[in-house]
Ligand binder design. Structure first.
Ligand code: NAP
Length: 304
């Protein structure tokens, strides 16, 4: 099959699978195991809820152990699952296979690429929003945009047109690392503080000193990492995001509130690790990481 395989029938995986399938493109879902496949078949497919309207999409699904070769794979799992999930599919990847890595943060992409050196890894960064209302029922919660790219490669693959046809707003960029770093920095300046101060994004207006201190360290880190464009105007954008999303709870806040594992190792943890690697002192980011880990530990949640 010269179509799409999508690993992970969670929020973003379902959002992509249902839009590709309704555009008539061949899509196969890869679910965790036989038990998940049985539950999926009982549900009759994936349900997408968009503008209050539910639609059922009976997309073909399989487990990682199917023997059908994979040519193009969207890896739509959390960053902490990416390396193992990709490695489990290694025997099925056809020569010249392409992997689109939809994970937030940084670090998991490198781990996947190191495990699968013969595969072309395409990085993605998305501002679309979705959440799981129930198993195999996903709500399209926020329109957004997805950047895709391979660092330093300006030429987009021909199949990108399929995303136009499926109504998935996107753009190819050779500066994908800049996009990923910028999103990571915004996340580090906002999400951990919302967890520690137990507030919505807008609540951070009460902590301007903490926010500006973190932004200064993050901008310095980005510049030291060679990501000058990602550093430009960071503090102003953080303040705009805090105002523009004042009534929202951040994704990390929601993960902690629901007792779910966070992607901390690929966000604030990755920023601190990169600073250490560059011998750059970032005392405020380090202190924030320690406070956040203590908070997670107290709630019995994984620290990485
Ligand atoms: P999610 O709802 O938790 O979905 C992840 C899915 O991957 C789950 O269905 C999970 O299965 C599945 N999975 C994990 N390992 C697997 C394996 N080995 N084999 C098969 N399936 C596997 O996560 P998400 O919200 O879509 O997030 C995916 C990534 O996109 C994250 O890095 C996130 O930060 C980023 N992102 C999300 C949004 C959003 O609005 N949701 C927006 C921007 C970026 P189980 O259910 O069995 O665990």
């Amino acid at each position: 099959m010269n179509g799409w395989h999508i690993l992970g029938a969670g929020s973003l995986g379902s959002l992509w699978a249902t839009r590709l399938a309704r555009a008539g493109l061949p899509v196969r879902l890869i679910l965790r195991d036989q038990a998940a496949l049985t539950r999926y078949r009982a549900a009759g497919g994936l349900t997408l809820i968009e503008d209050g309207q539910a639609s059922l999409h009976p997309i073909t699904a399989e487990t990682p152990h199917s023997d059908m070769p994979i040519r193009r794979l969207l890896l739509a799992c959390k960053a902490y699952d990416a390396e193992e999930a990709a490695a489990s599919l290694a025997p099925r990847l056809a020569p010249g296979a392409e992997l689109i890595l939809l994970q937030n943060g940084l670090g998991s992409q490198e781990a996947v690429a190191a495990r699968l050196p013969r595969v072309r890894c395409i990085f993605a960064s998305s501002t679309e929003g979705a959440f799981r209302e129930d198993a195999f029922r996903v709500v399209f919660a926020g329109r957004g945009h997805t950047w895709l790219g391979v660092p330093g490669q300006p030429q987009a693959p021909a199949w990108l047109d399929e995303l136009h046809g499926a109504g998935i707003p996107h753009q190819w960029t050779a500066q994908i690392l800049e996009k990923l770093w910028r999103k990571l920095a915004l996340n580090c300046a906002i999400n951990p503080l919302t967890v520690l101060h137990d507030c919505r994004n807008g609540g951070l207006r009460d902590w301007p000193g903490e926010v500006s201190g973190l932004c200064a360290e993050l901008a310095e880190l980005l510049r030291a990492a060679g990501q000058h464009a990602a550093a430009a105007g960071l503090h102003d954008e953080v303040l705009r995001v805090i105002d523009g999303t004042a009534a929202n709870y951040s994704s990390m806040y929601q993960d902690v509130a629901h007792g779910r594992r966070t992607e901390i190792a690929y966000l604030l943890g990755h920023a601190c690790q990169e600073a250490e690697h560059l011998h750059l002192p970032v005392p405020q980011l380090q202190a924030l990481l320690l406070r956040l880990r203590a908070h997670l530990h107290a709630r019995g949640l994984p620290l990485s």
